[in-house]
Design a protein around this ligand. Sequence first.
Ligand code: KG4
Ligand code: ZN
Length: 355
Amino acid sequence: MSLILGIESSCDETACAVVRDGETVLSNAVASQIGKHAAHGGVVPELAAREHLTALYPTLKEALDTAQVTMQDVDAVAVTQGPGLMPALLVGLNFAKGLALGYGKPLIGVNHFLAHIYAAFLESGNNVLTDPAAYPLLALVVSGGHSSLMLIDHGGNARQLGCTIDDAAGEALDKAAKLLGLGYPGGPIIQRTAEGGNIHAYHFPRPLTGAAGKPLAPENRYNFSFSGIKTALLYHVRNTSEAERTLAWLADTAASYQEAVVDVLVRKALQAAKEFQVRGIVVSGGVACNSALRARFEGKVPSGVSLHLAERKFCTDNGAMVGGCGYHYFRKGLFAKMDIDSFARLPQITKVPFL
Ligand code: KG4
Ligand code: ZN
């Protein structure tokens, strides 16, 4: 039995978790900084770093206490190495180094993007990771920083099929909420505002789908672009007088906007699933909390393809996905040196560590 402590600080969530054997989440403590950043309409990197600095120790204590373990019981310290906001990452990484050094535990640097994918396998009780018949697997990671489609085979070989060429899906929702004066973070607010709204009330573009009759360049088949939707929203708001901006208008606007984002994500994922004859689709990352997105996938995934939706509590940034993913680095002996640095951008991924 192996206990891995997972530490996450890549953005505005300070999180620590204790995970047993990459599967059982004994604790998952998350200290959200949303309140601190809301006044700024988005995450302020230095503020995030300072908040991590004060929140990490209490969050660690909460994670250990809830799991009823001590640092002595932990087998390794896994920490998000990147990608993310550099000042925020540095605080978590340095904290993890201190713990690893102080308690004589191995240090593991985890890729945050891969941890998001891994979130779908936590407490899943299924044998996807070891069942050859579950592959190839398509992973859609949709968060504030990513909108990516990745193909994974049973040997752990990975191929990025596409990613966003401008804004991420979560960013598009966050910016929409800001534009509509609804607050931060936008994803859950847009979802709430959209309830009862008509998804067909207004038409927002579906960029890089070929839907507008524009031929789609082959290299963009699985890429995403969300900045055009945001601009369309800006014009939609400008073209509506203040008197016309009723609550019903707001609900219809949020519903139609959310629908455009959901439609593009699901359409591209299903296209890729068909082209590469995948046996399963993983959907994870903060935007995977979205009820409309989850319902659409549940309704549209063809028979013979399994849907692995990460549990909501593991979609947004958390330590459990880091500890879970980190377990596989641990069992393979993939330890980090004490002089590792953080990285801000996603490196090219050709292999996943958990297979
Ligand atoms: O995974 P995450 O916590 O952080 C990143 O790695 O970026 O994702 C945060 C993103 C934000 O853009 C937030 O608005 C979005 O996830 N999000 C949602 C929902 N909950 C969070 N988007 C749509 N619907 C939700 N219910
Ligand atoms: Zn994330």
